[in-house]
Design a protein around this ligand. Structure first.
Ligand code: BEZ
Ligand code: FE
Length: 278
Protein backbone atom coordinates (compact mmCIF):
# COMPACT_ATOMS: atom_id res chain seq x y z
CA UNK A 1 0.00 0.00 0.00
CA UNK A 2 2.69 2.49 -0.94
CA UNK A 3 2.59 5.10 -3.62
CA UNK A 4 -1.18 5.23 -3.73
CA UNK A 5 -2.48 7.77 -6.18
CA UNK A 6 -5.83 9.19 -7.16
CA UNK A 7 -6.42 6.30 -9.50
CA UNK A 8 -5.76 3.35 -7.20
CA UNK A 9 -6.61 4.67 -3.71
CA UNK A 10 -10.30 3.72 -3.94
CA UNK A 11 -9.54 0.05 -4.47
CA UNK A 12 -6.93 0.12 -1.68
CA UNK A 13 -9.46 1.49 0.79
CA UNK A 14 -12.07 -1.06 -0.31
CA UNK A 15 -9.48 -3.84 0.10
CA UNK A 16 -8.71 -2.62 3.63
CA UNK A 17 -12.21 -3.70 4.65
CA UNK A 18 -11.82 -7.20 3.20
CA UNK A 19 -11.56 -8.79 6.66
CA UNK A 20 -14.92 -7.43 7.85
CA UNK A 21 -16.68 -10.47 9.36
CA UNK A 22 -20.23 -9.11 8.92
CA UNK A 23 -21.07 -9.39 5.19
CA UNK A 24 -23.67 -6.62 5.37
CA UNK A 25 -21.19 -4.24 6.99
CA UNK A 26 -18.66 -5.17 4.30
CA UNK A 27 -21.22 -4.39 1.59
CA UNK A 28 -22.12 -1.04 3.19
CA UNK A 29 -18.50 0.09 3.72
CA UNK A 30 -17.47 -0.96 0.21
CA UNK A 31 -20.34 0.89 -1.40
CA UNK A 32 -19.85 3.93 0.84
CA UNK A 33 -16.19 4.27 -0.13
CA UNK A 34 -16.97 3.74 -3.79
CA UNK A 35 -19.68 6.42 -3.84
CA UNK A 36 -17.82 8.87 -1.60
CA UNK A 37 -14.73 8.73 -3.79
CA UNK A 38 -16.84 8.95 -6.94
CA UNK A 39 -18.49 12.07 -5.52
CA UNK A 40 -15.12 13.69 -4.77
CA UNK A 41 -13.93 12.90 -8.30
CA UNK A 42 -17.20 14.04 -9.85
CA UNK A 43 -17.01 17.52 -8.30
CA UNK A 44 -13.16 17.58 -8.31
CA UNK A 45 -13.30 18.45 -4.61
CA UNK A 46 -10.78 21.11 -3.59
CA UNK A 47 -8.94 21.03 -0.25
CA UNK A 48 -10.77 24.19 0.80
CA UNK A 49 -14.13 22.59 0.03
CA UNK A 50 -13.10 19.47 1.94
CA UNK A 51 -12.34 21.71 4.95
CA UNK A 52 -15.70 23.47 4.59
CA UNK A 53 -17.46 20.11 4.50
CA UNK A 54 -15.68 18.95 7.66
CA UNK A 55 -16.52 22.28 9.32
CA UNK A 56 -20.19 21.86 8.34
CA UNK A 57 -20.34 18.37 9.86
CA UNK A 58 -18.52 19.63 12.98
CA UNK A 59 -21.13 22.38 13.40
CA UNK A 60 -23.87 19.75 12.98
CA UNK A 61 -22.23 17.80 15.80
CA UNK A 62 -21.87 20.81 18.08
CA UNK A 63 -25.53 21.80 17.85
CA UNK A 64 -26.74 18.22 18.35
CA UNK A 65 -27.85 17.14 21.82
CA UNK A 66 -30.61 14.95 23.27
CA UNK A 67 -33.25 17.44 22.01
CA UNK A 68 -31.73 18.71 18.75
CA UNK A 69 -30.55 16.22 16.12
CA UNK A 70 -28.97 18.14 13.26
CA UNK A 71 -27.79 15.01 11.45
CA UNK A 72 -31.35 13.67 11.13
CA UNK A 73 -32.43 17.13 9.98
CA UNK A 74 -29.66 17.00 7.38
CA UNK A 75 -30.86 13.57 6.28
CA UNK A 76 -34.41 14.98 6.09
CA UNK A 77 -33.56 17.96 3.87
CA UNK A 78 -31.37 15.80 1.63
CA UNK A 79 -34.33 13.45 1.07
CA UNK A 80 -32.42 10.54 2.60
CA UNK A 81 -34.96 10.07 5.41
CA UNK A 82 -37.87 9.93 2.99
CA UNK A 83 -35.98 7.68 0.56
CA UNK A 84 -35.30 5.26 3.42
CA UNK A 85 -38.95 5.39 4.54
CA UNK A 86 -40.15 4.81 0.98
CA UNK A 87 -37.81 1.86 0.37
CA UNK A 88 -38.74 0.19 3.64
CA UNK A 89 -42.50 0.81 3.57
CA UNK A 90 -43.46 -0.37 0.13
CA UNK A 91 -46.93 -1.44 1.28
CA UNK A 92 -49.61 -3.09 -0.88
CA UNK A 93 -52.01 -0.84 -2.78
CA UNK A 94 -54.75 0.37 -0.45
CA UNK A 95 -52.59 0.69 2.67
CA UNK A 96 -52.04 4.12 4.15
CA UNK A 97 -48.64 5.40 3.06
CA UNK A 98 -45.86 6.10 5.54
CA UNK A 99 -43.88 9.31 5.81
CA UNK A 100 -41.07 10.79 7.91
CA UNK A 101 -41.12 10.47 11.70
CA UNK A 102 -39.65 13.89 12.45
CA UNK A 103 -37.92 15.03 15.64
CA UNK A 104 -40.92 16.03 17.72
CA UNK A 105 -42.40 12.70 18.78
CA UNK A 106 -42.21 12.14 22.54
CA UNK A 107 -42.23 8.68 24.10
CA UNK A 108 -44.84 8.28 26.80
CA UNK A 109 -47.24 11.02 25.68
CA UNK A 110 -50.34 11.32 27.89
CA UNK A 111 -53.13 8.78 27.40
CA UNK A 112 -56.46 10.29 26.39
CA UNK A 113 -60.01 8.98 26.24
CA UNK A 114 -61.82 9.10 22.93
CA UNK A 115 -63.43 12.53 22.60
CA UNK A 116 -60.80 14.31 24.73
CA UNK A 117 -59.23 17.62 23.72
CA UNK A 118 -55.57 16.75 23.24
CA UNK A 119 -54.70 20.42 22.58
CA UNK A 120 -54.63 20.88 26.35
CA UNK A 121 -54.43 24.67 26.07
CA UNK A 122 -52.36 24.91 22.86
CA UNK A 123 -53.06 27.99 20.75
CA UNK A 124 -55.09 27.26 17.63
CA UNK A 125 -58.46 26.93 15.93
CA UNK A 126 -60.43 24.04 17.48
CA UNK A 127 -61.10 21.00 15.37
CA UNK A 128 -62.45 17.49 15.67
CA UNK A 129 -60.48 14.62 14.17
CA UNK A 130 -62.25 11.34 13.55
CA UNK A 131 -61.91 8.22 11.49
CA UNK A 132 -61.22 4.53 11.57
CA UNK A 133 -58.36 2.07 11.57
CA UNK A 134 -58.87 -0.94 9.32
CA UNK A 135 -56.89 -3.79 7.87
CA UNK A 136 -56.26 -4.22 4.18
CA UNK A 137 -59.29 -6.55 3.94
CA UNK A 138 -61.52 -3.81 5.39
CA UNK A 139 -61.93 -5.40 8.80
CA UNK A 140 -61.78 -3.00 11.75
CA UNK A 141 -58.69 -2.99 13.96
CA UNK A 142 -60.26 -2.89 17.42
CA UNK A 143 -58.23 -1.15 20.11
CA UNK A 144 -55.55 0.21 17.76
CA UNK A 145 -53.29 2.67 19.59
CA UNK A 146 -52.97 6.08 17.96
CA UNK A 147 -50.08 8.27 19.04
CA UNK A 148 -50.82 11.77 17.72
CA UNK A 149 -48.73 14.96 17.74
CA UNK A 150 -48.78 18.35 16.03
CA UNK A 151 -47.57 21.94 16.30
CA UNK A 152 -49.67 24.86 17.53
CA UNK A 153 -50.79 28.04 15.76
CA UNK A 154 -47.29 29.51 16.16
CA UNK A 155 -45.86 26.52 14.30
CA UNK A 156 -44.19 25.19 17.45
CA UNK A 157 -44.48 21.80 19.13
CA UNK A 158 -44.92 21.78 22.91
CA UNK A 159 -41.31 20.61 23.35
CA UNK A 160 -40.12 23.75 21.56
CA UNK A 161 -41.78 26.06 24.10
CA UNK A 162 -39.23 26.99 26.76
CA UNK A 163 -40.61 26.41 30.24
CA UNK A 164 -43.79 24.58 29.22
CA UNK A 165 -44.09 21.72 31.69
CA UNK A 166 -46.99 19.76 30.24
CA UNK A 167 -47.89 18.08 26.96
CA UNK A 168 -49.93 20.02 24.44
CA UNK A 169 -51.39 18.82 21.14
CA UNK A 170 -50.09 15.32 21.61
CA UNK A 171 -51.47 12.17 23.14
CA UNK A 172 -52.21 8.49 22.83
CA UNK A 173 -55.75 7.27 22.16
CA UNK A 174 -57.19 3.82 21.76
CA UNK A 175 -59.63 3.11 18.95
CA UNK A 176 -62.92 1.48 20.00
CA UNK A 177 -64.05 -2.08 19.25
CA UNK A 178 -64.95 -1.04 15.70
CA UNK A 179 -61.54 0.53 15.11
CA UNK A 180 -63.07 4.00 15.28
CA UNK A 181 -61.50 7.04 16.96
CA UNK A 182 -62.33 10.68 17.57
CA UNK A 183 -60.65 13.47 19.50
CA UNK A 184 -60.45 17.24 19.62
CA UNK A 185 -57.35 19.24 18.77
CA UNK A 186 -56.39 22.37 16.84
CA UNK A 187 -56.10 22.94 13.11
CA UNK A 188 -52.58 22.27 11.83
CA UNK A 189 -50.62 25.15 10.24
CA UNK A 190 -47.42 25.19 8.17
CA UNK A 191 -44.19 25.67 10.11
CA UNK A 192 -40.47 25.87 9.39
CA UNK A 193 -38.18 23.04 10.47
CA UNK A 194 -35.47 24.18 12.91
CA UNK A 195 -33.30 26.39 10.71
CA UNK A 196 -31.10 28.31 13.14
CA UNK A 197 -28.18 25.87 12.68
CA UNK A 198 -25.88 24.62 9.93
CA UNK A 199 -28.72 22.91 8.04
CA UNK A 200 -30.56 26.25 7.97
CA UNK A 201 -27.40 27.96 6.64
CA UNK A 202 -27.18 25.29 3.94
CA UNK A 203 -30.83 25.92 2.97
CA UNK A 204 -30.10 29.68 2.80
CA UNK A 205 -26.99 29.17 0.69
CA UNK A 206 -28.92 27.04 -1.78
CA UNK A 207 -31.99 29.26 -2.00
CA UNK A 208 -34.27 26.71 -0.31
CA UNK A 209 -36.93 27.47 2.31
CA UNK A 210 -37.37 25.53 5.57
CA UNK A 211 -41.18 25.21 5.53
CA UNK A 212 -43.35 22.12 5.90
CA UNK A 213 -47.01 22.06 4.85
CA UNK A 214 -49.60 21.85 7.67
CA UNK A 215 -49.88 18.29 8.98
CA UNK A 216 -50.92 16.10 11.88
CA UNK A 217 -48.60 13.23 12.87
CA UNK A 218 -49.84 9.71 13.60
CA UNK A 219 -48.10 6.55 14.77
CA UNK A 220 -50.61 3.68 14.80
CA UNK A 221 -49.86 0.35 16.41
CA UNK A 222 -51.93 -2.83 16.71
CA UNK A 223 -50.98 -6.47 17.25
CA UNK A 224 -50.77 -8.35 13.96
CA UNK A 225 -50.16 -5.20 11.89
CA UNK A 226 -47.09 -3.24 10.82
CA UNK A 227 -46.71 -0.02 12.77
CA UNK A 228 -47.72 2.93 10.60
CA UNK A 229 -45.83 6.23 10.98
CA UNK A 230 -47.42 8.92 8.89
CA UNK A 231 -49.01 12.38 8.73
CA UNK A 232 -52.27 13.75 7.35
CA UNK A 233 -51.60 16.94 5.37
CA UNK A 234 -54.03 19.85 5.03
CA UNK A 235 -55.24 20.13 1.46
CA UNK A 236 -55.27 23.95 1.41
CA UNK A 237 -51.83 24.36 2.92
CA UNK A 238 -48.92 26.19 1.39
CA UNK A 239 -45.77 24.15 0.69
CA UNK A 240 -47.52 20.90 -0.31
CA UNK A 241 -45.37 21.01 -3.45
CA UNK A 242 -42.16 22.11 -1.76
CA UNK A 243 -42.04 20.35 1.62
CA UNK A 244 -38.53 20.98 3.02
CA UNK A 245 -38.25 17.28 3.90
CA UNK A 246 -40.02 15.75 0.85
CA UNK A 247 -42.63 13.97 2.98
CA UNK A 248 -45.89 14.71 1.11
CA UNK A 249 -47.89 11.88 -0.46
CA UNK A 250 -51.09 12.78 -2.32
CA UNK A 251 -52.97 9.96 -0.55
CA UNK A 252 -52.23 11.68 2.79
CA UNK A 253 -53.66 15.07 1.77
CA UNK A 254 -57.11 15.73 3.25
CA UNK A 255 -59.56 18.57 3.95
CA UNK A 256 -60.12 20.09 7.37
CA UNK A 257 -63.75 21.10 6.72
CA UNK A 258 -65.10 24.31 8.29
CA UNK A 259 -68.14 23.73 10.54
CA UNK A 260 -71.02 26.18 11.19
CA UNK A 261 -69.70 26.90 14.70
CA UNK A 262 -66.29 28.08 13.43
CA UNK A 263 -64.49 24.84 14.27
CA UNK A 264 -63.12 22.36 11.74
CA UNK A 265 -63.56 18.65 11.07
CA UNK A 266 -60.93 16.26 9.75
CA UNK A 267 -62.08 12.77 8.80
CA UNK A 268 -59.44 10.24 7.81
CA UNK A 269 -59.52 6.44 7.62
CA UNK A 270 -56.25 4.55 8.05
CA UNK A 271 -55.50 1.17 6.51
CA UNK A 272 -52.80 -0.94 8.17
CA UNK A 273 -50.67 -3.57 6.49
CA UNK A 274 -50.86 -6.99 8.17
CA UNK A 275 -47.52 -7.90 9.78
CA UNK A 276 -45.57 -10.48 7.80
CA UNK A 277 -45.15 -13.69 9.75
CA UNK A 278 -41.48 -14.69 9.84
C1 BEZ B 1 -41.90 17.19 11.54
O1 BEZ B 1 -42.81 17.03 10.76
O2 BEZ B 1 -42.18 17.28 12.72
C2 BEZ B 1 -40.49 17.32 11.03
C3 BEZ B 1 -40.01 16.41 10.13
C4 BEZ B 1 -38.71 16.52 9.69
C5 BEZ B 1 -37.91 17.55 10.14
C6 BEZ B 1 -38.42 18.49 11.04
C7 BEZ B 1 -39.71 18.38 11.48
FE1 FE C 1 -44.34 17.88 12.06
Amino acid sequence: MRNLNQHNITQAVIDSFAGTPDPRLLQIMTSLVRHLHAFARDVQLTEQEWTQGIDFLTRCGHITDDKRQEFILLSDVLGLSMLTVAMNNDKPQGCTEATVFGPFHVDGAPRHELGDDIANGAKGTPCVVRGSVRGLDGSPVPGALLDVWQSDDDGLYDVQHQGLDHAQSRGILQADDDGRFHFRSIVAVPYPIPHDGPVGRMLDATGRHPWRPAHLHFMIQAPGYETLITHVFRDDSDYLDSDAVFGVRQSLVCAWTPQPDGTYLLEYDFVLNPAHSE
